[in-house]
Design a protein around this ligand. Sequence first.
Ligand SMILES: C[S@@+](CC[C@H](N)C(=O)[O-])C[C@H]1O[C@@H](n2cnc3c(N)ncnc32)[C@H](O)[C@@H]1O
Length: 269
Amino acid sequence: MEEDVFDRWAMLIRERTGVEIPRERHSFLATGLARRMRATGVDDPEDYYRWLTRGPGAAVEWSALVDLLTVQETRFYRDPQGLGLLRRYCRDEAPGGSRALQVLSAGCATGEEAYTLALVLEEAFGGGRGYAVTGTDISLGALAVARRGEYPAMRLSRLPRSLRDNGVEPVGEARWRIAERIRRRVCFVQMNLLTDDPVTLPPLDVVYCQNVLIYFARRQRERLVRRLADWLRPGGLMILGGGEFLPASLAGLHRVGGEDVLAFSKEAS
Ligand SMILES: C[S@@+](CC[C@H](N)C(=O)[O-])C[C@H]1O[C@@H](n2cnc3c(N)ncnc32)[C@H](O)[C@@H]1O
């Protein structure tokens, strides 16, 4: 692929999704485009570009291309430090409220993060307070897996035993399923975090967004962090991935949780 063609695609992807594909990943982009062109029977890259930017049915094809060009790597219980902070927040600041605590797993991929959050909240509240977790992602393919809530046993290896025993059940040969009681607390919504209006989101107590910003260009990172902060209630907590993004300052937010987590509390207005 010529450099100017690469740049045009990379710009389209950056503008629409926030995801930055640097020139070193030239072959990753070229392979993804070639796969989709083969699958759709379009021979000319120029025709494919025109179709995706102007043609009928472009949204469906765009979604298939995005599935190939985004990294959906994830794990259960990926970030013990951030989850520790969430536990402390549940214990100290959000113990027995009358309404359900609203939590967002932003860029949840195949659901492991959203279910981990639900399992931690279930254990922390022990029935003393309701909660709801919304997992959002741009990838429809990832969300379909998330909604099934069923995973190979090896994917649960890092989940602490107490959480597993309290909300995950074995099904069949080396597979586990999130218990119905937990699944009822979790829903999954397709959403482009950078551009979509958060119409389906309630005001949030906790925003958890990890390993998403690292794929974004700097300007898009700042934009996304500001959007996430806007969706938080006053007093709410935003937990990002350690070392992902250190803003110079974020109006209305102050850093909390110590050195080993990147988290912010939204000032009460
Ligand atoms: C590496 S995964 C991180 C999954 C999970 N948060 C974790 O830390 O384990 C990044 C996810 O971000 C999603 N993503 C990328 N750009 C997005 C956007 N603009 N809006 C919503 N999700 C996006 C990808 O589809 C992918 O599933």
